[in-house]
Design a protein. Structure first.
Length: 294
């Protein structure tokens, strides 16, 4: 994932085969890239990600961002700005299989007018959706909704996630193993354990600038996030890892796989098999959701 050669990026952008895996098609009308179900075994080295493709339902010019996939890869939740109140609403879409395009996006029923719902992340079993919601004087807090089965937007009413919220902006709650999580606390990346007290800022991942959109792998050992370091102007995607839970995080490095896409980049998400990456770019003049595979 880190620092692939420019030649590999150019090759990926031209639909060349990297590491034995076909790149994403750029055929007209093929807005929704797919997770490639076949290819080398799990021990085969992965090449660079292919050229990101705009997700049609989340690239309409209506300021979409905060894209997340379910762990099955068949469901997607993202945020869209409501032009009436300038607040974000959460939208849901699904597809029949990993080779299909996503169907029409529908607004989730718990996404209320005059309130912002954003930064969605699924639990490992896809039965819980964590997200941030406007909560009075507390600005934004982390909430959750649950459903009996995966595969449909049959979520119940939102409830506050106990023990993780503060008087600052709380969002981007991303769970991993052992009830652990990363999240945004103010403009910093924080880490905690549900039921283990409030989260604490991770010094190795946070700066005096602004961090946002942390994603962490299921084992809690690799993270991707966006930061406008060092100049405080343009968001770029960074990655960091650690040898074990509780060990220090490595110095974050810029993810260059998507350099040819351009624009400020944020809201990273990676599938469990590390073959699908979702991100947001404003290269078109507004924020759109993109997806890349390898």
């Amino acid at each position: 994932m880190r620092g692939p050669a420019l030649a590999a990026l150019i090759c990926a952008a031209c639909n060349a085969t990297l590491g034995g895996n076909p790149a994403v098609s750029d055929a007209p009308g093929d807005d929704d890239a797919v997770i490639e179900p076949d290819g080398p075994g799990p021990d085969a080295p992965l090449g660079a990600f292919g050229a990101p493709q705009k997700v049609g339902i989340a690239g309409t010019g209506a300021r979409e961002d905060d894209g997340s996939l379910s762990n099955s890869g068949l469901e997607m939740v993202f945020a869209r700005v409501n032009p009436t109140d300038n607040q974000k609403d959460l939208f849901y879409a699904s597809r029949l299989d990993l080779l299909s395009e996503f169907g029409a996006a529908v607004k989730l029923p718990f996404s209320a007018d005059n309130s912002s719902e954003e930064t969605p992340r699924f639990s490992d079993d896809d039965l819980t959706l964590f997200f941030a919601k406007t909560n009075g004087a507390n600005l934004q807090d982390v909430f959750r909704v649950t459903r009996p089965t995966a595969g449909a937007p049959t979520f119940g009413s939102p409830s506050l996630v106990d023990g993780v919220n503060s008087a600052a902006v709380d969002k981007w709650f991303m769970p991993c193993t052992g009830n652990r999580y990363l999240m945004i606390l103010g403009a910093d990346i924080a880490e905690g354990v549900l039921g283990g007290g409030p989260p604490t800022v991770v010094a190795e991942l946070s700066t005096a600038r602004s961090e946002t959109g942390p994603f962490v792998t299921t084992d809690c050992l690799t993270t991707y996030f966006a930061s406008n370091r060092p100049d405080g102007v343009t968001n770029r995607i960074y990655t960091s890892s650690r040898a074990a839970i509780g060990a220090p995080w490595s110095t974050p490095t810029v993810v260059t796989d998507f350099a040819l896409l351009g624009g400020a980049q944020q809201d990273p998400f990676m599938s469990k098999d590390q073959r699908t990456f979702m991100l947001v770019s404003d290269i078109t003049g507004t924020t759109d959701v993109y997806i890349s595979t390898r």
